[in-house]
Write a protein that binds this ligand. Structure first.
Ligand code: NAD
Ligand code: ZN
Length: 430
């Protein structure tokens, strides 16, 4: 048994004390994992724009003080009661939203009252068997999912669970049992969607971890936890980009470039990358863009430029920035009759203005959360793609930094200088 097992661990973590303030690296206490939870020693954590948006007032339900970060890879230090899918020393991804079983209901023949289906961001249907309900306190879990996915549920579940509760526990920064595992200077710290990767240790619900193949380097694996599964997954699940498609991608950060790689793998004929930072264009072309445009180089709005370039509009447009203006431009650039616009960016400060006349001929606008993926299937598949040399994660990493440099990672992101910064923790010894 490890010396630390069952005891609080004192370690370093970047604490977001207040909305809009830089993170502060502090000594924090990470309590042992509870039932159905896993304590992880973090090895690497990618820095996503959503982290920046979270501690800068962009999330309605943000709670402080907290430890943010959600794109992590690490080694399991210890497990709580009932955990079966991972063991101490297993290498794992953290997984923000995919807190569910991957079993298919009708294949397994579960009774309908245990089936929950999703209409929005899951491509699939969930099944929760009684054992899962018992071991993961699914009452909390289901409320989380009702909130996040506009779930349609059977009458039985509708009566059993309170679907009207506005905030669920994970979204409000606490674990599924309603408490937190993190403390600093005598204060409880909130978790970030049950993940919190910007600390040397973190406690995550078992349903928020996925095993990583041993041969996979963890500093690259962490990117699969959000950026790559979000971008690449959107091209597989939210829409199915076909060979020969014409696509445009707004924002060539980690998420946008992952969309580019997904479109290339699907055989898209034209992949037009759009960014105000021309420094991104060489990498974008290496990863699959056939052309790159800087809207600031054009006198006309970029949607008009694209319409001319593509003879009437694009089959698919992806917005990976989070601004209403670029979302509208992506919509306007899609083909009038069949174009689909996928909204991935988060944090827009105003609602979209879409003229309904422009939808009538058949255009579609869709949202995509973490690529609409079944993480337990997509994450291992993306590792295989990387290990086979078909997915270039290395090019996405422009900066490797220590935890002490975390605010610098946000500075280079704000300046548009990074693709992905990865925070590297001390080499794991547990
Ligand atoms: N939907 C999801 O599940 C999900 C998951 C992860 C991230 N996100 C969101 O996706 C977006 C991208 O994330 P990221 O980590 O790749 O961000 P990033 O900051 O690394 O990249 C954004 C890119 O957009 C470019 N940009 C900024 N303003 C622009 C403009 N007006 N026109 C053209 N280009 C512009 C920047 O130069 C940068 O290259 C963010 O909004 C993030 O919150 C969503
Ligand atoms: Zn993210």
């Amino acid at each position: 048994m490890l010396e630390t097992e069952g005891k609080p661990i004192s370690c370093r973590a970047a604490v977001a004390w207040e909305n809009g303030k830089p993170l502060v690296v502090e000594t924090v206490e990470v309590n042992p994992p509870g039932t159905g939870e896993v304590r992880i020693k973090m090895v690497a954590a990618g820095v996503c724009h959503s982290d920046l948006t979270y501690f800068n007032g962009g999330y309605e339900n943000a709670v402080f003080p907290c430890i943010i970060g959600h794109e992590g890879a690490g080694i399991v230090e210890s497990i709580g009661e009932g955990v079966t899918s991972v063991k101490p020393k297993s290498a794992v991804f953290t997984n923000e939203y995919e807190r569910r079983t991957t079993s298919r209901p009708f294949q397994k023949g579960f009774p309908p009252h245990l089936v929950v289906s999703s209409s929005r961001w899951l491509s699939d249907v969930d099944v929760f068997d009684p054992q899962t309900i018992a071991s993961h306190n699914l009452n909390f879990l289901l409320r989380f999912r009702f909130k996040m996915a506009s779930l349609s549920v059977s009458d039985h579940l509708r009566h059993t669970f309170d679907t009207t509760q506005r905030m669920d526990e994970l979204e409000t920064g606490i674990m599924l049992d309603g408490t937190t595992r993190l403390k600093c200077k005598g204060r409880q710290l909130y978790h970030y969607y049950g993940v919190s990767t910007f600390g040397e240790y973190s406690v995550v619900p078992e349903i928020g971890v996925i095993k990583i193949a041993e041969s996979m380097p963890l500093d690259r694996a962490c990117l699969i936890g959000c950026c790559v599964s979000t971008g690449y997954g959107a091209t597989l699940n939210t829409v199915k980009v076909e060979a020969g498609s014409k696509v445009a991608v707004w924002g060539l950060g980690g998420v946008g470039l992952s969309v580019v790689m997904g479109c290339k793998a699907a055989g898209a004929a034209r992949i037009i990358g759009i960014d105000i930072k021309a420094e991104k264009f060489d990498v974008a072309k290496d990863l699959g863009c056939t052309e790159c445009l800087n809207p600031n180089d054009h006198a006309k709005p970029i949607q008009q430029v694209l319409k001319v370039m593509t003879d009437g509009g694009l089959d698919y447009t992806f917005e990976c920035i989070g601004h209403a203006e670029t979302m509208e431009a992506a919509f306007e650039s899609s083909h009038l009759a069949w174009g689909t616009t996928v909204i991935i960016g988060i944090g827009t400060k105003r609602d979209l203005t879409l003229n309904p006349w422009k939808l009538l001929s058949g255009r579609t606008v869709k949202g995509s959360k973490v690529g609409g993926s079944v993480a337990k299937e997509l994450f291992p598949r993306l590792c295989e793609e990387y290990l086979a040399g078909r997915l270039n994660l290395d090019k996405l990493i422009t900066h490797r930094m220590s935890l002490d440099e975390i605010n610098k990672a946000f500075d280079v992101m704000r300046a548009g200088e990074s693709i992905r910064s990865v925070i590297l923790f001390e080499v794991c010894c547990c």
